[in-house]
Design a protein around this ligand. Structure first.
Ligand SMILES: Nc1nc2c(ncn2[C@@H]2O[C@H](COP(=O)(O)OP(=O)(O)OP(=O)(O)O)[C@@H](O)[C@H]2O)c(=O)[nH]1
Ligand SMILES: C=C(OP(=O)(O)O)C(=O)O
Length: 227
């Protein structure tokens, strides 16, 4: 059974998850980013076909959290990266992919979003199993426009990440194939408070659930049977 090596990128905590700012104070938002990362790494590492998870980040607190969750670390190179967030993200992932192959040899790769608190290991295992050999494939996010995971089942091919706005279309346009599958947790990347509502309804991991309890976050629709 062949394995993949996973990459997860996280930017500076101070700038992360700005779309959660209307509902969360800065400190709470930072704790939530770290908790969602922990749950994502934990779920990924529970999958036997995931050989390693490497977190690429410029942030020392994110780095400590990643290591504590069992991930490997690739400190983001500070030189020669573009200024724009999304270009930096794709460059950071491409650098991390090179680093992982220097460390582990020619291996298959998986770029995974860091904000998948409802991810189930079984979903990720199924997606890896469904990914065709010799090419790139991707999992469209719950909105239908973004990408929650990009897979490369080719030990010498290039990952060519195209995350960012309309990334599903950009991955398709660069030759990747969309993977079908009932994977609600894998598709649910959390960017807004509404996304968080959906994730909590689906069932989030222990770290995210613990932080939400400590913050005293109450679902807007708590108690309503339609939620
Ligand atoms: N290492 C690294 N990760 C990045 C960078 N830019 C974005 N990311 C990560 O890529 C993922 C998607 O990025 P964004 O959508 O820009 O940021 P976000 O924190 O998810 O949310 P917003 O601030 O609300 O846009 C998140 O996990 C980010 O932390 C970067 O320059 N370096
Ligand atoms: C970066 C992406 O997502 P988001 O901005 O929703 O985090 C993406 O879907 O490629």
């Amino acid at each position: 059974m062949s394995q993949v090596h996973a990459l997860i990128a996280v930017k500076d905590l101070a700038r992360a998850k700005s779309r959660l700012a209307p509902r969360f104070a800065r400190g709470d938002r930072e704790r939530l980013v770290l908790a969602m990362l922990t749950d994502t790494v934990t779920a990924a590492l529970s999958v036997p076909r995931v050989a390693s998870v490497t977190v690429v980040t410029p942030d020392p607190i994110v780095a400590d959290t990643a290591l504590a969750a069992g991930a490997e670390l690739y400190p983001e190179p500070t030189l020669r990266l573009p200024d724009a967030d999304i270009e930096r993200l794709n460059e950071a992932l491409a650098h991390a992919a090179k680093h992982v192959r220097l460390r582990h040899g020619g291996v298959d790769l998986l770029a995974l979003q860091a904000d998948l608190p409802a991810l189930q290991g079984s979903e990720l295992a199924a997606a890896i199993g469904a990914a065709p050999r010799g090419r790139r494939s991707y999992v469209v996010d719950h909105r239908g426009t973004g990408t929650s995971a990009l897979l490369l089942r080719d030990p010498i091919g290039r990952l060519t990440p195209r995350f960012g706005r309309e990334s599903a279309m950009r991955h398709r346009e660069t030759g990747a194939v969309a993977l079908p599958g009932e994977w609600p947790g894998l598709r649910l990347d959390v960017d807004t408070a509404d996304d968080l509502e959906l994730a909590v309804a689906l069932g989030v991991g222990a770290a995210t659930s613990g932080v939400l309890d400590e913050i005293g976050w109450v679902r807007a629709c708590a108690g309503e049977s339609s939620c």
